[in-house]
Design a protein around this ligand. Structure first.
Ligand SMILES: [Zn+2]
Length: 393
């Protein structure tokens, strides 16, 4: 089956083949030469396209190189070759082809913009981000603005320039069928996080509002809002923001149980936290919920009851953190040789907790120890989730 790349390349080449190549040929040659062009060049060109469809890029390159010897003017052959070289990792050759194409005074503005987009992608692939950025910025005033904005978004995400990422994502969204509100909401939240780090609470709060305007269901925004209000001493607002997460993205509620405990404590409402914990399904709140519950049991019914509770839960849902908590509780009751043995055991469980992989990308399988809202491997947003229901939870 042809890949997305093949579809993309054909989508790029077929309309130009129909409109520009053969028309250019008519202008260039007299009638009889045009006939010869159609007889000799066109079949070869479509042969090249067939090789692309059949995923035989080397053969396609051979055909297109031969065609350039017959006629060096055809734009679509250059575009096809540039793409194929880039696909094979020969980005320098792709750059040369696209640069040569752009240098021609005979190109019309559409062909020129198309070649510039391709050159920009070459620069991106070869890590020449400044050049790519300048080139795509220049295309924002052309009909190719959606494509340019799409690549600029990628560059500004890498540079963590959230202001420019927001501007370009909006241009991209306005000029294509893509819906990017969730992504834009993440950018506002990333900015809010930066403001929170420098204790600019008002700016951070305004940015969270903008994020939730773009996407009212963004758990990332609610989480940062909760942290922000906690830090600024507005515990009630923090609690509201954290509780919202259980509706927005239930799998993330376990991430905020610890700050929620602090919020209830600050409000002198420990009992309400216990009630809240009981309202959460174990499938959502996982091991964090069990550990928090064990603290209540320890406080109200004693250490032995907490240990019994944990042992019972560990049989249903064995986990390294539960084991670590069990060792902690057991250490408090042991003395002498038993305590020394348990201390060795504790060092081991502590190490295991430290190195455990807690998050996984649902798109590419990337595994991480800390949370990322954008996967560092596949660059998708919102695909990294806490790992639940496994021993490493
Ligand atoms: Zn991923």
């Amino acid at each position: 089956m042809p890949t997305d790349f093949v579809y993309g390349l054909l989508f790029l080449l077929l309309p130009v083949a129909a409109a520009s190549g053969w028309l250019a040929a008519r202008k260039k040659y007299n009638l009889s030469t045009t006939q010869s062009y159609i007889d000799n060049v066109a079949p070869e060109y479509y042969k090249g396209l067939r090789y692309i469809i059949n995923e035989q890029p080397d053969k396609a390159i051979e055909v297109f190189l031969r065609l350039l010897e017959v006629d060096s003017e055809t734009v679509e052959v250059h575009l096809a070759l540039g793409n194929l070289f880039r696909r094979r990792g020969e980005v320098d050759r792709a750059i040369k082809i696209h640069q040569n194409l752009i240098a021609r005074p005979t190109l019309n503005s559409e062909q020129r913009s198309q070649a510039l987009v391709e050159l920009g992608v070459d620069y991106l692939r070869s890590g020449l981000l400044d050049r790519a950025e300048a080139l795509f910025e220049g295309l924002l005033t052309t009909p190719y603005k959606a494509q340019a904005a799409r690549y600029l978004v990628q560059i500004y995400e890498d540079e963590k320039d959230w202001d420019r990422a927001i501007e370009c994502a909006k241009v991209w969204q306005q000029n294509s069928p893509r819906v990017l509100n969730k992504r834009i909401a993440h950018y506002y939240t990333q900015k809010a996080e930066e403001k929170l780090a420098t204790k600019e609470y008002k700016s951070a709060r305004d940015l969270i509002k903008l994020a939730l305007n773009e996407d009212p269901d963004l758990a990332h925004a609610s989480m940062i809002e909760g942290h922000l209000e906690m830090e600024d001493g507005n515990f009630k607002s923090a609690g509201k923001a954290y509780k919202r997460i259980s509706k927005q993205a239930p799998e993330f509620i376990s991430e905020v149980l610890n700050p929620m405990k602090i919020f209830y404590r600050e409000m002198s409402q420990d009992e309400n936290f216990l009630k809240y914990l009981h309202t959460l399904p174990t499938t959502q709140a996982g091991v964090n919920q069990i550990i928090e519950l064990s603290e209540f049991i320890e406080m109200n019914e004693g250490r032995d009851s907490a240990i019994r509770f944990l042992v019972e839960k560990a049989e249903e849902l064995p986990s390294i953190r539960m084991l670590d908590r069990l060792v902690d509780l057991s250490l408090l009751s042991e003395k002498g040789q038993n305590r020394t043995k348990l201390e060795c055991f504790k060092r081991l469980t502590e190490k295991l907790v430290e190195v455990k992989i807690a998050y996984k990308c649902t798109n590419c399988g990337y595994r991480a120890r800390s949370i990322y809202w954008q996967c560092p491997a596949c660059r998708k947003w919102d695909t990294i989730k806490p790992i639940q229901g496994t021993i490493s939870e």
